[in-house]
Design a protein around this ligand. Structure first.
Ligand code: AMP
Length: 307
């Protein structure tokens, strides 16, 4: 099993959905990625930063999930990254109400020595210069996966393009793929994005699943239709954690195996949205994941006679 380096925000989130509202709860891209990847028992390290206001029990929880937290810097007199968002009634779109970088504004990531030779790097949502800083510390990684969002496209596009040029896989949502490529068709958007660097493009479509593109091929992973969706926050990161965690576990970075990886990502994301914040991911068992993978299989398997 190969090691996995995870970089991303470890955050406080305040979330509002049609079902309720939370005050500053645990969130952040690296948190969700780490919780998803912990399902595979991979050796993972979280590289991030928090302030002195961040409860130690959250850090202990990540460590208890098997994450190496020596690269999680704590700035005693600083404040933790804060994000607040409000979902529309369809739960597929949201408005960002606040993004306060706080300690993230001057973060110099430090990959723990034991992880600089990790095979898989998961660059979760964060400032592109921090993502670049992590790539620069890695020695011959086999797979670098990038997740990003419109916030960084709007504010730091030049730096983001430098990261995109250096990664193997990019995962973004449909609107961001359109924004980045200037193409409405997702097929054309993926083509344009592949020209920017990545050999594989994953486009997440929320409750409509995810598409994997490579050269002229494409593969579709559905999202499981759920009776109850409480809070989609972190679904994209959970997807990325499932994707990268599965690949780190299997050590097979082929297009064929990435198909399984996006199914795993979609299955884990389907749990994340069932409760507010990280709550559902914290209780998740291996048995529940296997049962859901079976549901994914029966959702799309059919036996058609071609005449
Ligand atoms: P997702 O719903 O998968 O897009 O991820 C939501 C998580 O990303 C929340 O827990 C936030 O703390 C975090 N987040 C929101 N905006 C940003 C940003 N601009 N950069 C990094 N992380 C962010």
């Amino acid at each position: 099993m190969s090691k996995l380096v995870i970089v991303g925000t470890v955050a406080f989130d305040a979330i509002e959905t049609p079902f309720g509202k939370t005050d500053k709860i645990l969130g952040g891209a690296a948190t969700y990625i780490g919780l998803a990847a912990s399902q595979f028992n991979v050796e993972g390290a979280i590289v991030s930063i928090v302030g002195g206001d961040f409860p130690k029990e959250y850090i202990d929880m990540l460590a208890a999930k098997g994450m190496d937290v020596t690269g999680l810097e704590v700035v005693k007199d600083g404040k933790t990254f804060f994000w607040s968002g409000k979902y529309h009634n369809d739960m597929n779109s949201r408005d960002t109400l606040a993004t306060e970088l706080n300690v993230l504004a001057d973060f110099n990531p430090k990959v723990p020595n034991a992880y600089t030779r990790a095979e898989v790097v998961m660059l979760g949502n964060l400032h592109p210069l921090v993502q670049l800083g992590v790539i620069d510390q890695m020695v011959n990684p086999k797979l670098v996966v990038l997740d990003t969002m419109n916030f960084w496209m709007d504010n730091t596009l030049k730096e983001l393009m430098q990261v995109i040029a250096r990664v193997d896989v990019i995962t973004i949502n449909d609107e961001e793929a359109r924004q980045l490529s200037g193409e409405y068709s997702l097929v054309n958007a993926a083509k344009k994005i592949m020209e920017m660097g990545p050999k594989f493009v994953v486009i997440k479509k929320g409750e409509h699943g995810a598409l994997l593109f490579h050269k002229d091929e494409m593969f579709y992973a559905p999202a499981l239709p759920l009776a109850e969706v409480f809070d989609p926050t972190g679904a994209g990161d959970t997807f990325a954690g499932g994707f990268s965690g599965y690949l780190a576990k299997t050590e097979d970075y082929s297009y064929e195996n990435m198909k399984n990886a996006i199914i795993y990502g979609a299955a884990l994301a389907s749990f994340c949205v069932e409760k507010f914040g990280t709550e559902r991911m914290l209780q998740l068992t291996n048995k529940q994941v296997h049962k859901r993978l079976q549901q994914f299989k029966s959702l799309t398997q059919f036996d058609i006679e071609l005449t």
